[in-house]
Design a binder for this molecule. Structure first.
Ligand code: BTN
Length: 277
């Protein structure tokens, strides 16, 4: 597959011209092709790359999604970006930071999309970015675990920017979308990347300063899962149906299972949610 004809390459110059962050993206690796920007960023982080280092690729040959899925990554059309964060919360708040980072990264992505395009994406728990019922983007966070010192997290963000509806593969055409497909025109990926990094920087700072009650509030305001009937395919293969009631203090999805006592909530920390009508 070759890049589109109206393709404008992402270059360090085009990104720096619009980048307004203090830290995120100040060290920026733009790769022509890589298996996965997350894999590349994890390797850099292991070797000591600094907080805020960003890896972007024009194309991924083995882009990874959540739950072992692949991520559609054609050349020159979209954003495939991984950010190394080295959080410094108090040791007793590292677990909280790690549990909220993926959810609030999705909030940052939705805000950046809104700022650049005027669209109003919503979130399907935990971190799918949707326009209507179609998926515009997703977040895959990977970390080296919760160490008192030296924790790092790679926030991997995939955003469908300029892929035309007809160019999505058959299995994605009905369930995925792009900014161009929604707005009817193409978008400048450098401007979008700069907006994304600015929102993510603000989010990473709020994660150090804020409280879980604030995170719950901020996330719930953008989450289209809460207040719906859902089916959740849990990690062990079990599947449950019920009412998505609320977000827990650790970012879990609290579900009132069909037939369960009104007081009993199932707290889901990992799984695949399907919105039911
Ligand atoms: C999801 O399943 O919704 C998460 C998708 C995350 C895709 C991005 S693209 C950049 C980074 N590199 C990867 O291999 N995955 C993430």
């Amino acid at each position: 597959m070759s890049p589109p004809t109206d393709f404008q390459a992402l270059t360090p110059e085009s990104v720096r011209a619009v980048l307004r962050t203090r830290k995120l993206g100040q060290t920026l690796h733009i790769l022509e092709e890589t298996p996965s920007t997350n894999t590349a960023a994890l390797a850099l982080a292991q070797k000591g790359a600094e907080d805020g280092t960003v890896v972007v690729a024009e194309r991924q040959t083995a882009g990874r999604g959540r739950l072992g899925r692949r991520w559609f990554s054609p050349p020159g059309e979209n954003l495939y970006c991984s950010v190394i964060l080295r959080p410094t919360p108090a040791p007793d708040r590292i677990a909280e930071w790690l549990s909220w980072a993926p959810l609030l990264s999705a909030v940052a992505t939705a805000r950046a999309v809104q700022a650049v395009s005027g669209l109003h994406p919503l979130l399907k728990w935990p971190n799918d970015i949707l326009v209507g019922h179609r998926k515009l983007g997703g977040v895959l966070c990977e970390s080296n675990g919760s160490h008192a010192h030296g924790t790092f997290v790679v926030v991997g963000i995939g955003l469908n920017v300029n892929t035309k509806r007809e160019n999505f593969p058959d299995d994605l055409r009905e369930i995925a979308t792009s900014l161009a497909a929604e707005a009817g025109h193409s978008f400048d990926r450098a401007a979008l990347l700069a907006a994304l990094l600015a929102e993510l920087e603000a989010t990473a700072e709020s994660l150090l300063m804020g409280k879980p009650t604030t995170f719950v509030h901020v996330y719930t305001a953008l989450c289209s899962t809460v207040g719906r009937r859902v089916r959740v395919n849990l990690a062990g293969g079990e599947s449950v149906e019920g009412w998505a009631d609320s977000i827990g203090m650790d970012g879990s999805l609290r579900i009132k299972k069909d037939g369960a006592n009104t007081e009993t909530m199932l707290e889901v920390r990992a799984g695949d949610v399907i919105h039911l009508r």
